[in-house]
Design a protein around this ligand. Structure first.
Ligand code: ZN
Length: 114
């Protein structure tokens, strides 16, 4: 399952953070994820529930913050909300010089622990 590997990757970085800040217990984790990652939030939470028992983040609340896809054409400046344009080109001017602003995130935004 795609979501399972995303969560196990994310939790590895949570553990590093917890160690660094000497946290004994994690209460809440906020995961920022771009829609280009094609992850289903309910499956992410399910994966988290499967992986968390017996760890320092057992019982923690996992908050998923989805980021919309936002691309910008470097030529005409148009904003595009579909990742398809990365391959297809700008719908306004046809340029392939397209910059990805948001939509590909996969990071732990915040951890609350004690
Ligand atoms: Zn354009």
């Amino acid at each position: 399952m795609h979501e399972m590997s995303i969560i196990s990757h994310a939790l590895a970085s949570v553990e590093k953070q917890a160690e660094k800040h000497k946290l004994q217990k994690i209460i809440q984790i906020t995961l920022e994820i771009g829609k280009m990652r094609a992850a289903v939030p309910a499956l992410l939470i399910h994966a988290f529930d499967e992986l968390s028992p017996g760890t320092i983040y057992e019982g923690a609340k996992l908050v998923i913050e989805e980021k919309d896809v936002d691309l910008e054409c470097r030529i005409c400046g148009r904003h595009i909300e579909s990742e398809d344009s990365l391959l297809a080109g700008c719908p306004a001017c046809g340029s392939h010089k397209i910059k990805l602003l948001t939509g590909n995130e996969l990071k732990i935004k915040n951890i609350i622990g004690e």
